[in-house]
Design a protein around this ligand. Structure first.
Ligand code: ADP
Length: 483
């Protein structure tokens, strides 16, 4: 299961699996063991351009199919993903590192986007507007935007791909996809599944290779009508600038710096358990991970005790080991960033309550202990920048107003979480939080049926929900004079 040979052809254009034109390849490594899993094709602007041409050619036929026909293919992809769940999960863990139980949950979630948009494909309704002129009829018709370029990150190698592909395909768009260089194999397996269920050639094209030259080609190509991206705010800005000349549509899921506010009236066991679950999921490498925890002064001691007791129970190791709760970080650079944020915090007065060291006990990979910090202040990097690693800073607060002010004091606006058993407080605080997503006594808000997306510098647009498919359509307004 999930055996790859020395080399895997991963470029897929117009229904053909290809090598890069110059024969270049890139190794994919397991971040726990550092072993090489395989080499994949490493293309550039040549393949990027060919992929756009194939997607443009395929567009009229794909968009001409009925919604029901597109829906049936998406439903078949959903079923096939679940049939292959174990193998997909193992592939995902091998290249990305997260514990198998998380990888399995990600495959379920990834498949659910195919299911949800198989359903939504059939509900892409337009509108008839009552006209103020009795000799006119006014209509609004949704039409697919055209060729979509999708660029995805390594932290969710399956669900970030399907969260873009499923609504784009449901709407009638064709796609060129570039996955992250760290995790091309999961994307390759998903595109294989789409091929196996009979997606026509050219409807989805996969280009693994050099991000900069592929990105440049897609930003400047007139046939690419939209870029949908998940990744860093820095690259998001670059894509916005690069797309400005052609006024391309953008959907951007960028960075976050999620605050957690634990109020004195919260269920503290639940709050401690879910705060840790949010923080240490995927070793802290999700854009909605808890980044800063504000704890009401009156329950500080009790909450810290609970966090300490629970964090000790987490077991570190290879994601392929069923007992593992915390796998490796993605690469050496990720470990370096965690160390930098930790050193900066300690140097500015933070105390390490738990963890704090690189972990090298059983594997040579990129492991870091789950780490809890107290005595943190606003000036520390960990309180402002995305650490994308297992650091959990805790800070006390006196009252609700102060907590809300601190929570909102950031350029980011993706997800925020509050723990309280007061209905009044929950609603009051939720309304004041400047975030696209708020979890109340919940830290796992990302589901296919709800709109996920950030405000401020966390991004543009929504993924998931009935809203997600509308990102991939243009609304055509038709005004018809009648006799
Ligand atoms: P991270 O820091 O999490 O790796 P990035 O924003 O760098 O996030 O990467 C997210 C995705 O964007 C990846 O597929 C990556 O290859 C791609 N990417 C990185 N730089 C560029 C670029 N200049 N143009 C287009 N895509 C890029």
């Amino acid at each position: 299961m999930s055996k790859f040979s020395e080399y895997t052809k991963t470029i897929f254009i117009d229904g053909q699996w290809l090598d890069a034109h110059n024969g270049n390849t890139l190794p994919v490594r397991n971040p726990a063991t550092l072993e090489r899993i395989t080499e994949v094709s490493y293309g550039d602007e040549i393949e990027a351009e060919q992929a756009v041409r194939a997607a443009s050619r395929a567009f009229p036929q794909w968009t001409g199919q009925t919604a029901r026909e597109r829906s049936q293919l998406l439903y078949a992809a959903y079923e096939k993903m679940l049939e292959n769940k174990e193998e997909l999960a193992v592939t995902l863990t091998m290249e990305q590192g997260k514990p198998l139980k998380e990888a399995r949950a990600e495959i379920d979630a990834a498949a659910s986007y195919f299911l949800w948009y198989a359903e939504e494909a059939n509900r892409l309704y337009g509108e008839i507007i009552p006209s103020s002129n009795k000799n006119k009829r006014l209509m609004v018709i949704p039409q697919p935007i055209g060729v979509v370029a999708a660029i995805t990150p390594w932290n969710f190698p399956a669900s970030m791909v399907t969260r873009k592909l499923a609504p784009a395909l449901a709407a009638g768009c064709t796609v060129v996809l570039k996955p992250a260089p760290e995790t091309p194999l999961t994307a390759y397996r998903i595109v294989k599944i789409l091929e196996e269920v009979g997606l026509p050639p050219g409807v989805v094209n996969l280009v693994t290779g050099d991000a900069v030259s592929i990105g440049k080609c897609w930003m400047s190509h007139p046939d690419v009508r939209m870029i949908t991206f998940t990744g860093s705010t820095e690259v998001g800005r670059l894509l916005m600038k690069g797309s400005a000349d052609q006024v391309k549509k953008l959907s951007l899921e960028l960075g976050g710096h999620a605050p957690v506010i634990v109020f004195e009236d919260a269920d503290l066991d639940l709050a401690a358990e879910l705060t840790l679950a949010s923080k240490f999921r995927n070793c802290g490498q999700t854009c909605i991970c808890a980044n800063r925890v504000y704890v009401q002064q009156t329950v500080w001691d009790a909450f810290v005790e609970k966090v300490k007791a629970k964090v000790q129970q987490l077991s570190i190791g290879s994601g392929l080991d069923e007992a593992t709760d915390i796998g490796p970080l993605i690469n050496e650079e990720a470990v370096r960033k965690v160390q930098e944020h930790l050193e900066d915090a300690v140097q500015k007065g933070a105390s390490v309550i738990y963890g704090g060291r690189r972990w090298k006990r059983a594997y040579p990979g990129y492991f870091f202990e789950p780490t809890v910090l107290a005595n943190v202040t606003k000036e520390m990097k960990v309180m402002n920048e995305e650490t994308f690693g297992p650091l959990l800073p805790l800070q006390p607060f006196a009252d609700e107003m102060e907590a809300v002010r601190q929570a909102n004091d950031t350029q980011y606006g993706l997800a925020a979480y509050i723990f309280t058993d007061s209905l009044h407080r929950a609603y009051r605080v939720m309304e004041k939080l400047e975030y696209g997503i708020v979890g109340i006594n919940d830290v796992f808000p990302a589901v296919a049926e709800a709109p996920f997306g950030g405000v401020k510098q966390s991004g543009l647009g929504k993924e998931g929900g009935k809203e997600g498919i509308f990102e991939f359509v243009e609304l055509k307004y038709v005004s018809m004079g009648i006799r």
